[in-house]
Design a protein around this ligand. Sequence first.
Ligand code: 2NL
Length: 342
Amino acid sequence: MIDRLEELQAEALEKVSQAEELKDLKDVRVAYLGKKGPITEVLKGMGKLSNEERPKVGQKANEVRDAIKDAIEVKEARLEKEALDQKLKEESIDVTLPGRSVRRGNRHPLTSVTETLEDIFIGMGFSIAEGPEVETDYYNFESLNLPKDHPARDMQDTFFITPDLLLRTQTSPVQTRTMEKHEGQGPVKIICPGKVYRRDEDDATHSHQFMQIEGLMVDKNIRMSDLKGVLETFVKNYFGEEREIRLRPSFFPFTEPSAELDISCAICHGEGCRTCKQTGWIEVLGTGMVHPNVLRMGGFDPEVYSGFAFGMGVERLAMLRYGIDDIRHFYTNDVRFLSQFK
Ligand code: 2NL
């Protein structure tokens, strides 16, 4: 029996040394140390042995079992370590390799110009007001001193949805809505940025949809000098300290008097060039003192309150600032164009 046990030990240790995977070791353990294994068999047969032999065989069986168990554990630890080393080697990261850069987008130029303009007016105490792009005839025209038969309605070709609903042609309806909310109490000091729509043929300087920022300031004792001061501050902030401004008489149904604001040409400094069409001046926006009818319809008493308003095209301001020659660039969204505004 002792011989048999030694044979089993030799056999088992040989198999352990040949084992290549953890699974092989498990098989050896089950085969030799399991309940149905040969060592258990030997131990079961011990009852038949003499009193003298029994402890010797028992001791030997324990030794063999321990030896096999130890061999399995040692090999198991080695295989596990090898597996881990292999895994670490395969998954190792070379931290010295250059990184792969993430392609980042950027704000659309119209968004960043709008934000710049908003910041300038916020700096002068204006708030931002927004409103619907689908408007009623009343807010888009009537409340701005443009009754149904008014010839100036032809000045803007309009996208009508129903006879009374339309896509706003300017952001002024937001201003008249805001005036209504104030219920005749000043001050009102707002700018209204947003999309507007006109039935234009698209070309280098026209787009059927574009962005506008209008401003409105209504309070007691607002004068043309306030208009001039606010717009001069805006121009110097947006275009540069060295720019001069000039107000030129004009006409809008919602303001009286009305004016166009020009800025001095930065390219020729007044000499006359292509950009300023030989005039030395560049037109940037329309403005004027709010018409008494518009104040009245907005709920303000024109005998007590006065105000000024202005309206400018965001695309035009962006084109002037960045030297962009075609308004369609803003809407075709070629990445080669857009990525220049990072
Ligand atoms: C232009 C001219 C302008 C206004 C817009 C306005 C709004 C109210 C009352 C009076 Cl609520 N006026 N807006 C005034 C003058 C000019 O826009 O050429 N825009 C592109």
